[in-house]
Design a protein around this ligand. Sequence first.
Ligand code: NAP
Length: 314
Amino acid sequence: MECFEGDAFGSLDHFRLIERPIPVPESHQVRIRIEATALGFVDGLMVQGRYQIRPPLPYVPGGEIAGVVDAVGPGVGHLDVGDRVVTWQLGGGLSEYTVVAADEVETVPAGLPLANAAAMLVDYQTAHYALFERGRIAAGETVLIAGAAGGVGSAAIQLAARAGAYVVALASTPEKRELVLALGAKAAIAPGGDDIRGAIMAAAPRGVVDVVVDPVGGAGFEALFRSLAKEGRHLVIGFAGGAIPTLPANLPLLKSAALVGVEIRHYLASRPLEAGAVRAALFGDAASGALAGAPDRPVPPRPGPGRAGCTLAA
Ligand SMILES: NC(=O)c1ccc[n+]([C@@H]2O[C@H](COP(=O)([O-])OP(=O)(O)OC[C@H]3O[C@@H](n4cnc5c(N)ncnc54)[C@H](OP(=O)(O)O)[C@@H]3O)[C@@H](O)[C@H]2O)c1
């Protein structure tokens, strides 16, 4: 089989397409013939060796993997050859096949394309956990979403809007602002303006926001926190903007507001049954069309039998 493998982190120069033997599943493992792999911000960090977890070398990028089970090891009860499945691993997706633990694999409902399942896997769960568990959003509240056209942001727009929140989105280009409005935001603002707080005040119905969904961090962080209403919640999800910001501790006090961390791996590890139910509901809604789970830039497979395609999510 072909896979895109690297022998060092730092840059894509260390990675190349190579031939490897097709792996054989051992006890309690399954082999997946990969049909789609979602690539997002985290995969870029992985390849650079800058993610919080460093996988072992050699490394095949792509953690959000969807495909069809084509071999089953001894002791596997709940999966069969031919099942359409998805799994979240540290890597292995940019390959024709991968072997994983069967209990880390779940089936994808009929009607949901495998590429969409891969693209939704982490971003939609993260957005759901952020909004409903950590942010405790309620209908009628105003939710400000930074990096709103990105993977986490675009999922958050849809989930917040359908929960009855008034969504204000930050997006840097006219095309991204058009996208976020189409996904359900009521207002779209460019993040880099001189008076971002003024723009947020003008866009929010009460002049303040109840929740900030923040996968960006960076220089605009404090202005977003200052836009919160009393008892507001600023959800810290990531730092796509580069810098990890700091916040004067008097600001949460003055607003009775909270700076709230969101870590999806903690949620998945600590509440696996609940997380599985959320995932199943999200997949079901995407399969029925109640949620748009489509990746926006599918990359077709290279010609040839059994070639894996991949999906660039956002
Ligand atoms: N806490 C968790 O459990 C968890 C889970 C998943 C992801 N994350 C983190 O969340 C962050 C966003 O992930 P994502 O998948 O949504 O990423 P993404 O699809 O690349 O979107 C990130 C958005 O951030 C904005 N941005 C601002 N400055 C940027 C810069 N210097 N480089 C790239 N983007 C920049 C961009 O929007 P504009 O162009 O509109 O500014 C972009 O659309 C990452 O840091 C990721 O590691 C955390």
